[in-house]
Design a protein around this ligand. Structure first.
Ligand SMILES: Cc1ncc(COP(=O)(O)O)c(C=O)c1O
Length: 446
């Protein structure tokens, strides 16, 4: 594929942006500059078209520039609605009500701009409520960029050491500049491992455990039966708050998030991404009694929450329109993406079998990942030990050359949107068959 224009733009941007790309996790090879997105498709600066499964790290659940959402945004601008920064608005009240009605454990919400802000506030709120400082996070989970949580996602096993249970892993660190005093308060345990949570709780007074209910930053890693209910029980027993980070799972899997699917009620929940279909909005919600700490009558117990852009009318309108679309026709969108998910899963399994290769699709509704393993992974150690990363990345690059865009980093989630069609899936499967053969050869050469 021709990429001259993309390369020229990146080169020019390097003059004023370190590395040439903002949000450094977006830097990817091949270096492609996208200029347009509609529905399931992206176009780059050189005019190449791609079927998109990256969805900008997952928010575009309805597809790019969904017309219903775009119209809602256009109406806000046409009516000259603005950001007022004083008092409330009808729109923020309407959005809050829609979210509380959708999510069984959410009685009250605050609106923020990004998932990281919302997880930051969730942890601070839990500390204020419990009067404790230690938190538990999950190996292989991603909860944002701030000090407490930017610790362990795809940490190499050489750094982590072997799987331990019960026990905790060192704070491996994804960023320089995190104070040692912060690291001491963070305890990283394995997903699907209740014994390690117990291990930490016996040694430290824990304020909160934060977890994605399905780990979706290392592909698709599902909770074992009883694991999330076990976390709920331990939270009640040890007095910590259970925080579900549903930034990826919320609204993509059900309007009430994964909590509505698994039937476990966390104390606090964070949403982002799919809630506004690509516009910058995040939500922190939970039991009313906890959320009231933001307006606690005792100033020494009150938690500060402030943000110039919180509930900006554009993303707020986008979120309202998104939730309306997700809930119309009895949740037709979810049935559509599930049928496409099944189609791609069956197709990939058939191609892998025909090629005599070990591998499978791990899938939760519209989100999936291909692992070249003989079983669905149970935790990060399982993936790190058994999944061939070089083959995964070679496959993604070969797919991109055939007009199918999944982010070219091993184990990153593939996201189907409501705008994808059966024909898109069939074109993807055709490309997959060719790409697999080409990637196998490339990985073998490497
Ligand atoms: C599960 C999860 N939590 C939190 C975040 C942080 O969200 P944001 O990038 O909007 O700050 C992400 C981002 O990928 C995420 O996947």
């Amino acid at each position: 594929m021709k990429r001259d224009r993309s390369r020229a733009i990146l080169k020019a941007n390097c003059r004023y942006i370190p590395g040439g790309v903002v949000s450094v996790n977006r830097a990817a090879k091949p270096e492609i500059v996208f200029v347009r997105g509609r529905g399931a498709y992206l176009w780059d600066a050189d005019g190449n078209r791609y079927i998109d499964y990256h969805a900008a790290f997952a928010p575009h659940f309805l597809g790019h520039n969904d017309p219903y959402v775009s119209e809602a945004v256009a109406r806000v601008l046409a009516r000259e609605e603005s950001l007022y920064g004083s008092g409330t608005t009808e729109a923020e009240g309407r959005l809050a009500e829609l979210i509380c009605r959708a999510a069984p454990s959410v009685e009250s919400v605050q609106l923020l701009n990004s998932g990281s802000e919302a997880t930051y506030q969730a942890i601070r709120l839990a500390r204020a409520i419990t009067g404790r400082e230690h938190i538990i996070v999950i190996q292989g989970g991603y909860n944002g960029w701030h000090n407490e949580v930017s610790c362990n996602v795809m940490t190499p096993i050489e750094t982590l050491g072997p799987r331990v249970s019960p026990g905790e892993y060192p704070y491996a660190g994804m960023s320089a500049g995190v104070p040692e005093s912060h690291k001491k308060l963070v305890h990283v345990v394995n997903f699907n491992d209740l014994d390690s949570v117990e291990f930490v709780c016996r040694r430290q007074p824990v304020a909160a455990l934060i977890t994605e209910p399905v780990l979706q930053n290392i592909g698709i890693l599902k909770p074992k039966a009883g694991y999330l209910a076990g976390l709920r029980q331990m939270a009640d027993q040890h007095g910590f708050l259970l925080i579900f980070d549903e930034v990826k799972t919320g609204f993509r899997h059900a309007p009430g998030g994964y909590a509505a699917i698994c039937g476990v009620n966390p104390d606090l929940t964070v949403y982002g991404k799919a809630v506004a279909n690509g516009y910058p909005l995040a939500v922190l919600g939970g039991r009313r009694e906890w959320m009231e700490y933001f307006v606690h009558p005792d100033p020494s117990r009150r938690v500060l929450l402030a943000g110039t852009y919180n509930a900006h009318p554009v993303p707020t309108a986008a979120a309202i329109a998104t939730i309306e679309r997700l809930t119309e026709n009895g949740g037709e969108v979810y049935r559509h993406v599930e049928s496409l998910g099944q189609r791609i899963e069956e197709g990939i399994h058939g191609i892998l079998r025909a090629a005599g290769l070990t591998g499978l699709v791990a899938r939760q509704g519209s989100a999936f990942c291909i692992y070249f393993m003989d079983h669905e992974p149970v935790d990060w150690h399982d993936i790190a030990a058994n999944h061939p990363f070089a083959l995964d990345e070679a496959l993604r690059r070969e797919m991109i050359e055939r007009g199918i865009y999944a982010f070219p980093l091993a184990t990153k989630q593939w996201s189907i949107s409501a705008a994808h069609t059966a024909a898109d899936v069939d074109a993807t499967l055709e490309a997959f068959e060719e790409a697999l053969a080409a990637a196998g050869a490339a990985a073998a050469r490497a």
